[in-house]
Design a protein. Structure first.
Length: 348
């Protein structure tokens, strides 16, 4: 699937490169099928190599290798973000309010990061009691444990899938090369900040949150395994009732997690391009155009470097990596990230 998507996207990139340039000229010296084939071969091979490299990091290192590669690609641009912030201080694009606006943006960024850390670490713990069983001369079970359900079980997968689907109409409009084509009109309606884009983006994020959780989590199988080993939720009958109880809790958590992902992903985009409510049809759009503040409709024009998905990836990967390092240190398993000597864990 990676190869197929890479080939398709590299094909559209080759077409875009051939069209860019001055009037009557092109960025490509020799456009044509050979250039398109070479571009597709180069970008697809690079994508396959990155995928293989991520698998090697996962097998030989700590954590998800592909997530670490994406994490590095985002963090490496942090100096440019700091430089852009310093340029804003010197240029004062908002006049005398520039220091206040920058302080508010930095405070908002810190608050969003804290909110992401809080939600990503949030769990709904379902108590599970295991009955006592006598095996020979030993008494097994009888202890109370918990079934942890994360608020955001899907991670960054729902926003990535949603944004990927929303880019397909623009790609099809590029291939169609016609302004009157239905794909071109639809692509213009789902650009950043457009009301239809916001509606579809939120809907797709929540849908893929449920879709991903439905793939990786099976309440019926979990309830059957609990009953097989003598476990039950206090006050809930084993079997079907337990499955329905877990499914009900998981549905609520997934919906809350989907709304959380939508808010985190849309907030930076609204800061950059605003919410184009004035583009709504009829009198509703005119009312927003007259009565709504311009910074809400058009954004602040601020290059918020860490977008919603990027921020989720950076914070989520950092938290997962730290947790896995702690687990490795606690288990005294040093193979994979040190070769010589001993490393003392913080919990040791």
């Amino acid at each position: 699937m990676t190869i197929v998507l890479s080939a398709f996207q590299s094909f559209t990139i080759a077409l875009t490169l051939e069209k860019q340039g001055l009037i009557g000229q092109s960025l490509v010296y020799h456009p044509g099928p050979r250039f398109i084939l070479m571009t597709m071969l180069t970008l697809t091979t690079g994508s396959a190599f990155i995928m293989w490299l991520g698998e090697q990091i996962s097998d030989r290192g700590i954590g998800n290798g592909m997530s670490l590669i994406i994490f590095a690609g985002i963090v490496v641009g942090l100096p440019n973000a700091v430089k852009d912030l310093l340029d804003k201080v010197n240029n004062k694009p908002w006049g005398s309010f520039t220091p206040i606006v920058l302080i508010m943006i930095l405070a908002l960024m810190v608050a969003v990061i804290a909110f992401i850390v809080f939600v990503e670490g949030g769990q709904r713990r379902i108590p599970v009691q295991y009955a006592k069983r006598v095996m020979g001369r030993r008494v097994m079970g009888g202890q109370m444990t918990y079934l942890p359900l994360r608020v955001n079980s899907g991670g960054v997968i729902p926003p990535i899938f949603a944004s990927s689907l929303l880019t397909f109409p623009q790609t099809l409009a590029l291939i169609a090369q016609s302004k009157s084509h239905i794909f071109s009109r639809f692509a213009d309606a789902i650009k950043w900040g457009e009301p239809l884009y916001t509606l579809l983006y939120v809907t797709l994020i929540i849908f893929f949150a449920f879709f991903y959780v439905g793939i990786i989590f099976n309440p019926t199988e979990l309830a059957d395994n609990m009953r097989k080993y003598g476990g039950f939720v206090p006050g809930i009958r084993p079997g079907r009732n337990t499955s329905e109880y877990i499914n009900r809790i998981l549905t609520r958590l997934t919906f809350v997690g989907g709304v959380y992902l939508a808010i985190v992903c849309l907030l930076p985009e609204w800061m950059i391009s605003g919410i184009h409510l004035q583009h709504l049809p009829g009198a509703i759009g005119n009312w927003f155009d007259v009565h709504m503040a311009r910074f809400v409709l058009d954004g602040l024009g601020f290059s918020f470097y860490f977008g919603g998905t990027s921020l989720l990836i950076v914070v989520g990967v950092a938290m997962d990596t730290v947790q896995q390092l702690e687990a490795q240190l606690v288990m005294r398993n040093y193979d994979g990230f040190v070769r010589k000597g001993r490393v003392r864990g913080r919990r040791g």
